[in-house]
Design a protein around this ligand. Sequence first.
Ligand SMILES: Cc1cc2nc3c(=O)[nH]c(=O)nc-3n(C[C@H](O)[C@H](O)[C@H](O)COP(=O)(O)O)c2cc1C
Length: 212
Amino acid sequence: MEKTGHAQFGLKELGEKDLDRDPFKQFERWYEEAAAGSGLKYPDAFALATVSPDLKPSLRMLLLKGLDERGFVFYTNSESRKGDELSGNPNAAMCFWWERVERQVRIDGTVEMLPGSAADAYFASRPRGSQLGAWASEQSRVIPDREYLEERYRKLEAEYEGSDIPRPPYWNGYRLIPLSIEFWQGRPDRLHDRIRYTKLPSGEWLIERLAP
Ligand SMILES: Cc1cc2nc3c(=O)[nH]c(=O)nc-3n(C[C@H](O)[C@H](O)[C@H](O)COP(=O)(O)O)c2cc1C
């Protein structure tokens, strides 16, 4: 693989005076800036790290579906590898990279499952094809071939023709409740800005600058 040269960041700065005391508001501000214009197709894409029972990390991309007053919401299959790992160990980490604004956000925390009613509402809003796909896919299981998956999909399509598709019981929403959130802004000469918010027992957020 050819290296494409040395990264040189320098579009923006992150100073203490720019920060919102509330990291959720700070996240929203950065998210909106990442999503603005047509530069980034999936500003909602993030990597989620989970840990297996034998303490091995695993990582995959997901889409952020909401941010409420408690945390960051995503949806997935509870019987998948990540679902299994989360049910054994709720500690997880998320990472966003927004290239157009040279920003990274890292979030560490614990994950809880949303009530079925929230998953029902979101599932009902999804396109029919995605709803059928959720039923057809035994996420993270080994399957014999592509045809097996498509055949399952076709059977479900016929089965549900003319009727609403219910949410599969294993398809659920999760909320990552942050314990710390770090905002990283690329700067020249590797002197990046890193600001970390850590949740204190009082519920307040400690704000610290980290060396890049
Ligand atoms: C940009 C992107 C977004 C994705 N969003 C989701 C998602 O929101 N939910 C999901 O279950 N899988 C999503 N996937 C697929 C996951 O990366 C992964 O393949 C799948 O969830 C199985 O992961 P696991 O075997 O570690 O459980 C996405 C993949 C990409 C590349």
